[in-house]
Design a protein around this ligand. Structure first.
Ligand code: ATP
Length: 203
């Protein structure tokens, strides 16, 4: 089993941006958001169960899960949220492990938005890298990218672990508040450290 890094951070912190930089250096990325998305596309593996559990209202005209509708449903209904997670989480987990088993990179990076919030994920990875940034920066990025109001972004952030909780669980931290090229040296140093840990793990 390869050395594995769990990469996490709050919404808009820059997880994807930073993960791509490590991939360019030779790590294998496994993005649980992309996997979840694929599961809920037209003919996605989760769609039969979602239709059975939530009915036709959960399905868009194009056959994919109606994300806006489901987001609204689970936002105010924690029982519905658990029902959806009971469908998605085992599928995400098995697809993740399949991807891990066939990955060819020097080590694995699991990109998991809610890693700190999940005991299972914390146990699965050898090390945790947190992409950190000021909450003001997160809010500004997500407002711009997703065309959301400040209040909408704040509401999402209140449902996630706090910056302090994430930092407390971190083995390594990248503060993503400057341009990417200014972070490259830090990324390279961490990558070299991970290569050494990966070599040690593989014996
Ligand atoms: P989410 O959890 O919402 O999927 P994320 O943590 O994966 O987000 P990204 O998608 O990487 O974050 O970044 C969020 C937005 O901020 C993107 O539009 C991205 O281009 C921008 N961004 C990320 N890092 C930087 C940076 N260092 N400088 C400028 N813009 C950045």
């Amino acid at each position: 089993e390869k050395f594995s890094l769990g990469l996490t951070g709050g919404i808009g912190s820059g997880k994807t941006t930073i993960a791509n930089a490590f991939q360019a250096l030779g790590a294998s990325l496994i993005d649980t958001d992309l996997i979840a998305h694929a599961l809920t596309r037209k003919d996605g593996l989760a769609m039969p169960q979602i239709r059975e559990e939530f009915g036709d209202q959960a399905i868009s005209d194009d056959g994919s899960m109606d994300r806006a509708r489901m987001r609204a449903l689970v936002f105010n209904d924690s029982a519905a949220k658990l029902r959806l997670e009971a469908i998605l989480h085992p599928l995400i987990r098995s697809q993740t492990e399949q991807a891990a088993a066939s990955a060819t990179g020097d080590y694995l990076i699991f990109v998991v938005p809610l890693l700190i919030e999940s005991g299972n994920w914390k146990q699965r990875v050898d090390r945790i890298l947190v992409v950190d940034c000021a909450e003001e920066v997160q809010i500004a990025r997500v407002m711009q990218r997703n065309q959301l109001s400040r209040e909408q972004v704040s509401a999402i952030m209140r449902n996630q672990a706090s910056r302090q909780e994430r930092l407390a669980a971190a083995d390594d931290v990248i503060v993503n508040e400057e341009e990417l090229h200014l972070l490259q040296a830090k990324i390279l140093t961490l990558h070299q450290h991970y290569l050494r840990l990966a070599a040690k793990k593989s014996g």
